[in-house]
Ligand binder design. Structure first.
Ligand SMILES: Nc1ncnc2c1ncn2[C@@H]1O[C@H](COP(=O)(O)OP(=O)(O)OP(=O)(O)O)[C@@H](O)[C@H]1O
Length: 388
């Protein structure tokens, strides 16, 4: 993965404010069976009012099913779903305080932009002029001011998705459910819409629940993320915690790239676990950075992100530790270069060589290193995670 898109500046402040917000969606022990297939396996989750929350996981993990149970499009087999304190058991989808935006732009091609956006106001008792003003306001919110009388079939993908958003927002739901809303857009438009969606969410203050299989999208947009595998939540955390301290190897592997080296546990103190890893030697891992191994792992391992380590000049001084090795592979990306480095002694316990990947931001004047060159790798114990 390359760099993350920075969200708007208020992101950290927004997350801090969200930590104390009241619950908007409470999901308790929710199970969903499709015949013999167990799609949701005991989901417990609280989403706060005003939060930008993402359900992230690989195809088939149950994230869409969970979103649809919140919307009321799916009955649950057992458990409880509360929205704003109210049990949704007998509340049909069209009476829930939710609205959904789909991946396919579900807008009516034969209607104008304004007719599409105002569609849900058909039975609204307000006057025609008041409704037209509400439509204008919703269009302005999504960046489509002046598009009212345009034909919907002539819009671009990004514009159609804005119309779909405006049409959902005009109904002032308490919760907006977004099912992969940006996945049909090209990369540039998707990145632009990500930032716009965050701004929009801050502006309207509505709780957003996003389903995505794109981990970068979830990291960029969310206050918190639930990572799902096989109908269960594997980890629920803010983006930074999820990236820096995944609680299992499986989550670590799903979110970006992580290097793994086998480790041997030597001992444990009140605040750290002492390990030995081939190529890195003896290291104290702070307890906060100790996570679970996955069932089926050979033994403990340590993990670190490619950008948590860097290539340095021979003899460089600093607080970090330095390991030596040989460059095995170089992949140049323009803004970044990925180096695979075989650390000396890394074929330690079992004789198997495991090159580690290092991501270096390219700066003008610094040459890209060649395959076969000796390399000094700077790393710090605080950036390692132990999976035991
Ligand atoms: N109506 C249904 N009948 C039977 N099985 C279903 C039904 N809907 C979903 N499933 C199954 O439940 C599992 C979870 O589906 P779901 O759509 O929630 O996954 P997902 O994580 O959203 O994946 P994707 O990103 O591919 O949509 C899948 O194995 C799917 O085949």
């Amino acid at each position: 993965m390359t760099t993350q898109n920075p969200g708007p500046k208020s992101t950290a402040a927004h997350r801090a404010a969200m930590a104390g917000a009241r619950p908007m969606i409470e999901i308790r022990q929710v199970q969903k069976h499709y015949g013999d297939y167990h799609a949701l396996r005991g989901i417990d989750l609280t989403i706060r009012s005003g939060e930008f929350f993402s359900l992230l996981g690989p195809s088939g993990c149950g994230k869409t099913t969970l979103l649809r149970t919140i919307a009321g499009f799916e009955d649950i087999s057992s458990g409880v779903v509360l929205i704003d304190g109210q049990d949704m058991q007998d509340v049909p989808a069209n009476r829930r305080p939710t609205n959904m935006v789909f991946q396919s732009y579900a807008i009516f091609p034969h209607l104008t932009v304004a007719e599409n956006v105002g569609f849900g106001l058909r039975r609204d008792p307000r006057s025609r002029a008041e409704k037209a003003a509400a439509v204008e306001q919703a269009l302005e919110m999504v960046g489509l001011k002046g598009y009212s009388s345009r034909a919907s079939h002539a819009l671009s993908g990004g514009q159609r998705q804005r119309v779909a958003l405006a049409r959902a927002l005009i109904l002032k739901p308490k919760v907006l459910l977004l099912d992969e809303p940006l996945s049909a857009l090209d990369r540039k438009m998707r990145e632009q819409m990500q930032v716009e969606l965050i701004k929009l969410q801050r502006q309207v203050g509505i709780t957003f629940v996003l389903v995505t299989h794109d981990q970068e999208e979830a990291l960029v947009m969310s206050d918190r993320i639930a990572v799902m595998f096989e109908g269960q939540i594997a980890q629920l955390d803010g983006p930074e915690a999820l990236y820096a301290r995944p609680t299992s190897r499986r989550v670590a592997n799903f979110i970006g790239v992580m290097n793994f080296l086998p480790a041997r546990v030597l001992g444990e103190t009140a605040d750290a676990v002492q390990i030995e890893a081939p190529g890195l030697g003896r290291v104290d891992i702070p307890l906060a950075n100790v996570s679970q191994a996955d069932p089926g792992d050979d033994g403990p391992s340590i993990g670190f992100r490619p950008e948590a380590v860097s290539l340095v000049a021979p003899g460089a001084q600093g607080a970090n530790r330095v390991a030596e090795g040989v460059i095995d592979e170089v992949v140049y990306y323009g803004d970044m270069t990925y180096y695979d480095v075989r650390l000396d002694g890394s074929a330690g316990f079992d004789g198997q060589a495991r090159p580690v990947r290092i991501a270096m931001r390219n700066v003008f004047g610094r040459e890209v290193q060649d395959v076969g060159t000796r390399a000094n790798v700077s790393w710090s114990p605080g950036s390692l995670v132990l999976f035991r």
